[in-house]
Write a protein that binds this ligand. Structure first.
Ligand SMILES: Cc1ncc(C[n+]2csc(CCOP(=O)(O)OP(=O)(O)O)c2C)c(N)n1
Ligand SMILES: [Mg+2]
Length: 370
């Protein structure tokens, strides 16, 4: 396939740079309307992410981890999956949630501190719940994929995690287990260069994608700001998982343009020149420039996308602000059929507190950590 044989050390690219020839669209396997849909999803993601950040600043969300800069990595990969495949997100995958049609009000209920993981139906969207303990979702994905395989169901489970997560035992255990038992998993690492204030250079010496070799499956190094390269790499990896039970580790090289979360001030630990250099590689601008240069998108289309995105985030904002806290008794449901005495006591206490203190305030301005 065009331009998918990189120089050693260079991530795979499909979108042309400089004088590169145009990619072979037939080989990529996307129709023109799908190429436009990819852009529309990235534009919705950009808007929704900015709006969620604003909602946190206005006290409507407790905390929010922005994904700005990572739209191509998330949308390109989620778009490459079959509907029956599963996604296991960390806490930063609002873009993948959009591709999966997850209602963003229900998604943001996690960040409004309304309910653990969000209130969406994970099964209906085949999109697991928001998972904050770093790398924990890798084990969920590997286990789910293994279970599906034992049940004779053909699917791939794609798990998102960051560069920092590759230092966790859960990552290595997940990779080894998936390799040995042939679990149909795509390990999708968004290397956004930072794990809060720790740069990727302090996280690992070997390139992330190369670690796959130790486990005995393919490792793919892809330009995470090139939505078409991400799409192609993920589609190949998901097919390999479904058809052969061979896992793949994809390292999508990208950048976290924003802070780690709204509780973080990134200017304390990284240089503005670095951020500006990556801003120049903005995945949305890059894709839009190519789409318009090859005549697949025009002004009318781009204006329509802007209008759609505005309406999309207006509905999201209204829904978030209108969301009330869940009833306090739910905190004690769905784990024990019969509450142990100490939890029954705590339940009584919590309900008494909820009745007397109201417990109906929003999440407040102070915010937490993610
Ligand atoms: C097990 C665990 N340790 C520490 C934390 C605190 N923490 C939250 S996010 C984060 C950094 C993760 O970085 P990375 O994996 O690169 O993902 P990114 O946030 O960049 O998307 C840390 C240390 C946590 N949530 N869970
Ligand atoms: Mg990171």
């Amino acid at each position: 396939m065009t331009q998918l044989t990189p120089e050693p050390g260079e991530p795979r690219r499909v979108l042309p740079q400089g004088d590169d020839p145009n990619p072979d669209l037939d080989a990529i396997g996307l129709k023109e309307e799908e190429l436009r849909e990819l852009y529309r999803l990235m534009a919705l993601t950009r808007r929704a992410d900015l709006e969620a950040t604003a909602l946190q600043r206005q006290g409507e969300l407790a905390v929010y981890p922005p994904l700005i800069g990572q739209e191509a990595a998330q949308v390109g990969s989620a778009f490459a999956l079959e509907e029956s495949d599963w996604i296991f997100p960390s806490y930063r995958e609002l873009g993948a949630a959009i591709v999966r049609g997850v209602d963003l009000v229900e998604y943001l209920h996690f960040y409004r501190a309304t309910w653990h993981g969000g209130t969406y139906d994970a099964g209906a969207h085949r999109f697991g719940y928001v998972s904050v303990p770093v790398a924990s979702q890798i084990l969920h994905a590997v286990g789910y994929a293994m279970g599906a395989k034992l049940d004779g169901i053909s699917l791939a489970a794609l798990v998102y995690f960051g560069d920092g997560a590759t230092s966790e035992g859960d990552f290595h255990e997940g990779c080894n287990f998936a390799a040995v038992f042939r679990s149909p998993v795509v390990f999708f690492c968004q290397n956004n260069q930072w794990a809060i204030s720790v740069p990727v250079t302090s996280q690992t010496v070997a390139p992330i994608w190369s670690k796959a070799q130790a486990y005995g499956f393919p490792g793919v190094h892809v330009d995470g700001n090139d939505v078409l390269a991400v799409y192609v790499a993920t589609r190949e990896a998901a097919a390999r998982a479904r058809d052969e039970g061979t896992p793949t580790l994809i390292e999508a090289v990208t950048y976290r343009i924003g802070p780690h979360s709204t509780a973080d001030d990134a200017s304390k630990y990284r240089a503005s020149q670095e951020v500006e250099a990556w801003r120049a590689l903005d995945p949305l601008d890059r894709y839009r420039r190519w789409l318009t240069a090859v005549g697949i998108a025009d002004e009318t289309f781009l204006e329509q996308v802007e209008a759609d995105a505005k309406a999309f985030v207006a509905r999201m904002r209204e829904g978030v602000i209108a969301s009330d806290p869940r009833p306090a008794e739910e905190l004690f449901e769905w784990v024990f059929a019969d509450l142990p005495p100490h939890l029954a006591r705590q339940r009584e206490e919590a309900l008494r507190f909820a009745r007397t203190e109201g417990a109906t305030d929003g999440p407040g301005q102070e915010g937490g950590r993610a």
